[in-house]
Design a protein around this ligand. Sequence first.
Ligand code: ATP
Ligand code: ATP
Ligand code: MG
Ligand code: MG
Ligand code: MG
Ligand code: MG
Length: 269
Amino acid sequence: GVAMAKSKFEYVRDFEADDTCLPQCWVVVRLDGRNFHRFAEKHNFAKPNDSRALHLMNKCAQTVMEELEDIVIAYGQSDEYSFVFRRKSNWFKRRASKFMTHVASQFASSYVFYWKDYFEDQPLLYPPGFDGRVVVYPSNQTLKDYLSWRQADCHINNLYNTVFWALIQQSGLTPVQAKDRLQGTLAADKNEILFSEFKINYNNEPLMYRKGTVLIWQKVDEVTTKEVKLPAEMEGKKMAVTRTRTKPVLLHCDIIGDAFWKEHPEILY
Ligand code: ATP
Ligand code: ATP
Ligand code: MG
Ligand code: MG
Ligand code: MG
Ligand code: MG
């Protein structure tokens, strides 16, 4: 293009800080809903898990993966989502602020845009926001451990919340009483309370609640109907056409063990 004439003000650009992410490293952007404890209450989220809200989060994450470049895997639970950019990505010259702000704004606008598809009878009462952070991981092991950390967090919180809300909703305890009852209990104790008092086998709770959601690119067959052009005698007829597309696919599987990474070696190639 034509070189722009520089004004005498141009020097202020030099005040911009360099925030290039270290080369050859995994770049992770994690978003988290701002004050979603309140947001969930105001919008009548089911407790402990509102599946509409989780499906909406997943839809936003799929949109982020499709709209932005170079995301190889994403993991979400509760009001948070992590996005991993491939090691060799040179998107926006690896500037951390570009990664983070594009992810956060695309996610937040998608949350509002798709709200009504998931919350049919619940109006959106105010504009939600998301914070973002960037963390750079230098090895496959540290990246796997990061994702394991988020999934372990999902498990710990969900086990706690499942018992906590059963005590409130089914035993009539107040939140303070439920909290006191769970003070100092271990995972085994919580499983035991669930089973003996509520006949709930925690392992039969929905996978999306227990494991969160993993998004990876996979080939899927897409069936569309197309108007037939030829031959002439079939003019105007419609027929099913199958074509293969690569899409962000939702999984609710374990990513802490080795099995997932052995099954999908292409993610961390
Ligand atoms: P902060 O702004 O510091 O993140 P926060 O209120 O969002 O504050 P978090 O630790 O992020 O705090 O917790 C998110 C809260 O949002 C949960 O504790 C829960 O109350 C609510 N929440 C998020 N997703 C869901 C869901 N799918 N179903 C029910 N509640 C949810
Ligand atoms: P990038 O993603 O790199 O920012 P961009 O297409 O947004 O790409 P900008 O340099 O930010 O490029 O320019 C924004 C463009 O958006 C303008 O060149 C113009 O074409 C269009 N635009 C923005 N605001 C208006 C407006 N109020 N009226 C008409 N056009 C606008
Ligand atoms: Mg937070
Ligand atoms: Mg939050
Ligand atoms: Mg959170
Ligand atoms: Mg622009």
